[in-house]
Design a protein around this ligand. Structure first.
Ligand code: ZN
Length: 136
């Protein structure tokens, strides 16, 4: 697999409005983008720290994946996203090795990245996202 770096950490929050000031005022990071991903039923806010980003996820629907996550586990780290090249090939290889895929083919995520999730039952309980920048 060999990811090139951690692309971002996804953190589920109840409210961007209350979470963003913590990241800006306490950690001193700057929110550079807010984007709604309708398909995932979330609103996202992004911060950069080196080449890695923090992606805050606020649910827009209690029945969405992040809404359900917060309902059962509360706020906290939701997923880790690794940057890879040739995403489809990496997915096929993971499947060959017995990893269950949530996405068998890449789809569009925030920031124009192609993304796919691996099932947390096969990744030690950590929901794992692979992303590929189609402009690279
Ligand atoms: Zn993500």
């Amino acid at each position: 697999m060999k990811p090139t770096h951690i692309e971002h950490l996804g953190i589920a929050v109840r409210s961007l409005e209350t979470a963003i000031p913590y990241f800006e005022n306490i950690l001193g990071l700057e929110c550079y983008a807010i984007e709604e991903v309708a398909e995932q039923k979330v609103k996202t806010a992004f911060f950069k720290i080196g080449q890695t980003k923090i992606e805050l996820l606020e649910s827009t629907d209690p029945e969405g994946p992040v809404g359900k996550f917060i309902e059962s586990r509360g706020e906290g780290v939701h997923h880790i996203a690794f940057a890879v090249e040739n995403l489809q090939e990496k997915l096929d290889k993971a499947a060959e090795k017995g990893v269950r895929l949530i996405d068998k083919t890449p789809r569009k995520g925030a920031e124009g990245l192609n993304i796919a999730f691996l099932h947390p039952k096969f990744t030690l309980g950590v929901l794992t996202e692979l992303c590929e920048d189609p402009n690279k």
